[in-house]
Design a protein around this ligand. Structure first.
Ligand SMILES: Cc1cc2nc3c(=O)[nH]c(=O)nc-3n(C[C@H](O)[C@H](O)[C@H](O)COP(=O)(O)OP(=O)(O)OC[C@H]3O[C@@H](n4cnc5c(N)ncnc54)[C@H](O)[C@@H]3O)c2cc1C
Length: 126
């Protein structure tokens, strides 16, 4: 969506920027979005400023996470019994080959580096 807030209401997570299950980024985006929105509400003068900051800081993460490789949806959600069978075999083989460290590395590259997130430590949120 072009904007994630209207008036005093702001959306977070899938409601605002669901990246599709096959990206594997939905939960990370929801958590990062909640973190940034909370931090900006705490340090801004008012909700209008906070919502703008939230969108400005969050948008680059969302744009990056929503990028799909070509044919991604077709491969993930095939529409014939044979293609579904092939997809399931490939996924089960991939799950055996790739360990969690490999998956973590892939996701890290998607997000560059979480140290690029704002530091709200000094706000002492309670
Ligand atoms: C099949 C599938 C696989 C996925 N795999 C991955 C993955 O591997 N990695 C990953 O990061 N993400 C994955 N995702 C995406 C991830 O689940 C979502 O991006 C993430 O859960 C979004 O969190 P959220 O808090 O925004 O929404 P949700 O987790 O959907 O939470 C919304 C909550 O609001 C509640 N709710 C709805 N309406 C109302 C109402 N009127 N009143 C009160 N409560 C209400 C719902 O019951 C729900 O509990 C997958 C999603 C799917 C569908």
């Amino acid at each position: 969506m072009d904007h994630w807030s209207k008036g005093r209401v702001a959306l977070v997570g899938d409601a605002a920027y669901c990246p599709a299950p096959i990206t594997g980024m939905g939960t990370s985006l929801a958590l990062i979005g909640a973190y940034i929105l909370t931090g900006e509400l705490a340090r801004s003068q008012n909700h209008i400023e906070a919502f703008k900051q939230y969108e400005d800081l969050m948008r680059p993460h969302v744009v990056k996470a929503q990028k799909l490789f070509p044919m991604a949806t077709r491969i993930a959600a095939p529409d014939t019994a044979t293609a579904i069978y092939v997809r399931n075999v490939l996924v089960s083989v991939a799950a055996k080959i790739f360990n969690t460290r490999f998956a973590a590395k892939m996701l890290e590259e998607k997000f560059d580096n979480t140290s690029s997130l704002p530091d709200y430590e000094s706000l002492s949120l309670r």
